[in-house]
Design a protein around this ligand. Sequence first.
Ligand code: 5GP
Ligand code: ZN
Length: 114
Amino acid sequence: MTDCLFCRIVRREIPSTIVYEDDRILAFNDIDPKAPTHVLLVPKRHIATLNDLTADDDGLIGEIVRRASAIARERGLSAGGFRTVFNTNRDAGQTVFHIHLHLLGGRGLMWPPG
Ligand code: 5GP
Ligand code: ZN
């Protein structure tokens, strides 16, 4: 997916503020943060939506979720709490079709979301 925005961020063709990287995952600050911490965690491999996951991706998704929790812990958010969200397709407002886990924290978060 050469023209995918987040693939381009993974390849460093578009700059971002990277907060974590390993062989399979990149985490970077959201360009339009909705909370004091707003990090996006993406697989380096292009996957468009959660609808495209297979059982082979179970480990990868587990790593992404656990990494979000680790970043929250490093920022002192574990006890107070934080939110993790994957938006999928139109009704959830997905705008970038490369799966990304939003990690939001550092303020009280309303529920239910809009
Ligand atoms: P979605 O609405 O698809 O769940 O979330 C996409 C997110 O990507 C939005 O929160 C938006 O602010 C963020 N975003 C869009 N373009 C860029 C960009 O070029 N760089 C970064 N770091 N974030 C972006
Ligand atoms: Zn992509």
